[in-house]
Design a protein around this ligand. Structure first.
Ligand SMILES: NC(=O)c1ccc[n+]([C@@H]2O[C@H](COP(=O)([O-])OP(=O)(O)OC[C@H]3O[C@@H](n4cnc5c(N)ncnc54)[C@H](OP(=O)(O)O)[C@@H]3O)[C@@H](O)[C@H]2O)c1
Length: 256
């Protein structure tokens, strides 16, 4: 789909990657609806990108319904919002489990389904972009809910894409690895083991642009070696866990 002149609804617009995606799409002539919970950040970004702000909490079902109504007026849905911070197993709670599932999995699923159903019923073209993660392929210590939701999102994306084949509604999963400078990884203050390479928020935005313009099944925004390691983890998770243990991933995550 051509970006110039398209109408795009972007979730997680107040975040590190969302802001980069919004700026890139705006530069290319998209008309943006920016959504998240933090109004001040959204207002500042909207002033810069000529976007419109809709404040919504993806853990609140009425807010998700309101966003579904908003999505009827757009051509492209970029479902980028996510929560990353997991807790040690002794501190896990049902509330945290519910919130992570609501924001990372339920909201993008119901929004994508409703958008597809609407486009099918009115016979319009559309593009869905889901922002997943390499954590949708490889599990790491102390990220159980993030892994659970990103694995789930990846399965959903590749299935719905097949359901929509030939309908004029495209769907792409954008799967970033570690992103520097802004966003949940950069703000987490985690030091990577030597030699592990990162990508930038602008690279993620370029991945979203490619998704909208070319509708590939999946866009990996990561160095090739990280993508290969994550792909290997899908068929050999115990081997992946052993390699991570040797590399000190668990100590890295606990900050010790
Ligand atoms: N950064 C990375 O290295 C990396 C790597 C792989 C994948 N990803 C994925 O990229 C996406 C964007 O992440 P990011 O790095 O930009 O993270 P971020 O800076 O923490 O931004 C997260 C965004 O999600 C929104 N959000 C969180 N909870 C919400 C809720 N209950 N309701 C509505 N919006 C909510 C936040 O907005 P409010 O707080 O204002 O509501 C914010 O806009 C996520 O899906 C993440 O999993 C990131």
């Amino acid at each position: 789909m051509e970006i110039s002149g398209s109408r795009v609804l972007l979730t997680g617009a107040s975040g590190g990657l969302g802001a980069a995606i919004a700026r890139d799409l705006s530069r290319r002539g998209a008309d943006l609806v920016l959504t998240a919970r933090r109004r001040e950040l959204l207002d500042a970004l909207a002033a810069e990108t000529r976007g419109r702000v809709v404040v919504a909490d993806l853990a609140v079902r009425a807010d998700v319904e309101a966003l579904i109504e908003e999505s009827r007026g757009v051509d492209v849905l970029v479902l980028n919002a996510g929560v990353g911070a997991d807790v040690g197993i002794r501190s896990e709670t049902a509330e945290h489990v519910d919130t992570t599932i609501d924001v990372n999995l339920r909201a993008p699923i119901v929004m994508a389904v409703a958008f597809a159903q609407h486009k099918l019923s009115v016979g319009e073209l559309g593009q869905i972009v889901l922002v997943g993660s390499l954590s949708g392929l490889a599990a790491t210590p102390d990220t159980r809910m993030y892994n659970a939701t990103k694995f789930g999102l990846r399965g959903f994306a590749h299935s719905l894409r097949q359901d929509l084949d030939g309908s004029g509604i495209g769907l792409t999963l954008v799967s970033p690895g570690f992103i520097r400078d802004a966003g949940m990884f950069a703000e987490g203050g985690i030091d990577l083991p030597p030699g592990v390479r990162t990508k930038s928020p602008a690279d993620v935005a370029a991945g979203v642009v490619r998704a909208i313009e070319s509708n590939p099944a999946e866009v990996f925004v990561s160095p090739v070696e990280l993508r290969l390691a994550a792909t290997l983890a899908t068929v050999a998770p115990a081997f992946s866990a052993a390699v991570q243990k040797r590399a000190g991933t668990a100590q890295m995550k606990s900050g010790s």
